[in-house]
Design a protein around this ligand. Structure first.
Ligand SMILES: NC(=O)c1ccc[n+]([C@@H]2O[C@H](COP(=O)([O-])OP(=O)(O)OC[C@H]3O[C@@H](n4cnc5c(N)ncnc54)[C@H](OP(=O)(O)O)[C@@H]3O)[C@@H](O)[C@H]2O)c1
Length: 326
């Protein structure tokens, strides 16, 4: 089968379209013919090897050579222990090791997989998984946002952020979205009450305090985040610098003891029910799925460059064309 592969960390130039062995499903896995795969920042991180946590499993060279974790496609075969899906089912979900989706076929377990609604295209379904898990858990399940609370989402114009703005508004919160200049209008259009351009203003220095900060791209010190939280407020680190992650893991508990403010890592769980719930919100029109650009499979490098260079508003999706001349 064809796959987009990188044998070293680097820019999108290191990506190559190669012939690789078609995977075979283990007893608990499905073989999925992939029709669409969406891009996440984790793909960019895995490609460039930055931050350092992206090199877990391959310090010098990548172990997972095929990017892509959010896929949608048709089940071609199932292992003997698979119970919920059968060949021919249209499905979508997250590959749990965050790789392998930039390919004609991928194997994954039943976890974090759901039936694709007939109303959605493969591209739409592929745009949902990772971003939905982060947003649903950050805002609803672990964030437990309540009406009237002040919520700030840092990196709100990206995949997880565009869902998070809308979920926080649905919960009745007053929402501030932070992202770059290009994404201010998008954040407003999704319901953000306030927007901050991070190239112009540091949200931890403007004197405002929040009940919840969901940070998909953390680069400030743990003390700056504490300053921006209300007493008893919660800050969630989703992604960002490893140095900040260590500060949060080691100093977060201390800050909580002294100030009562909760500063912690959001360890995202992957449960199929979140996928079903998010598709229901999208189908009912309560949440808008923001797909900025669609690329063909062979344009994967260009698509990743678009995301990595900071232009992507919401999600970017690759369509995997089968039976075409490569
Ligand atoms: N904790 C967990 O369990 C878990 C699980 C899965 C994924 N993750 C992590 O979650 C993150 C995924 O986020 P995503 O896919 O939603 O990313 P994304 O789509 O790239 O969105 C991030 C947004 O932040 C913006 N941004 C960049 N620098 C910023 C700054 N200094 N201040 C404010 N905004 C800034 C980006 O804009 P530009 O386009 O200008 O860069 C982009 O719009 C990744 O870091 C991934 O590793 C964590």
């Amino acid at each position: 089968m064809k796959a987009i592969v990188h044998h070293e960390y680097g820019s999108p130039d290191v990506l190559k379209l190669e012939e690789v062995q078609k995977p075979a499903p283990a007893d608990n896995e499905l073989l999925i013919k992939v029709f669409a795969v969406s891009l996440n920042r984790s793909d960019w991180e895995g490609l460039t090897g930055k931050p350092l946590y992206a090199r877990i499993g391959g310090l010098i060279k990548p172990n997972d050579k095929i990017p892509g974790s959010d896929i949608a496609g048709i089940v071609e075969a199932v292992g003997k222990d698979v119970r919920q899906f059968k060949p021919g089912d249209e499905v979508f979900g997250l590959i749990l090791n965050y790789g392998g989706g930039f390919a004609e076929y991928a194997c994954k377990s039943e976890r974090a997989l759901a039936l694709k609604p007939a109303s959605m295209t493969f591209e739409e379904a592929a745009a949902i998984p990772q971003a939905a898990f982060i947003a649903l858990q950050g805002i609803r399940e672990k964030g437990q946002v309540q009406p009237g609370q002040k919520v700030l989402i840092n990196g709100a114009g990206g995949g997880a952020g565009t869902f998070a703005i809308q979920l926080a508004k649905l919960a009745g919160a007053e929402v501030t979205g932070v992202d770059n200049t290009e994404k201010l209008e998008l954040m407003k259009s999704l319901g953000a009450d306030h927007v901050i351009d991070h190239t112009q203003q540091d949200f931890t220095k403007n004197g405002n305090q929040y009940d919840l900060i969901l940070d998909v791209i953390a680069h400030r010190s743990v003390f700056a985040y504490a300053r921006a939280l209300k007493p008893n407020g919660t800050y969630f680190f989703v992604g960002g610098s490893v140095a900040i992650l260590f500060q949060i893991l080691f100093l977060g508990p201390l800050i909580r003891r002294i100030t009562g403010k909760h500063i912690k890592l959001l360890a995202v769980q992957t449960d199929s029910k979140d996928l079903v719930y998010m598709t229901e919100l999208i189908e009912s029109g309560k949440v808008i799925l923001v797909i900025d650009k669609r690329y063909s499979f062979s344009q994967a490098a260009e698509a990743l460059r678009y995301l990595g260079e900071g232009h992507a508003k919401g999600k970017v999706v690759l369509t995997v064309e089968h039976a075409l001349d490569w």
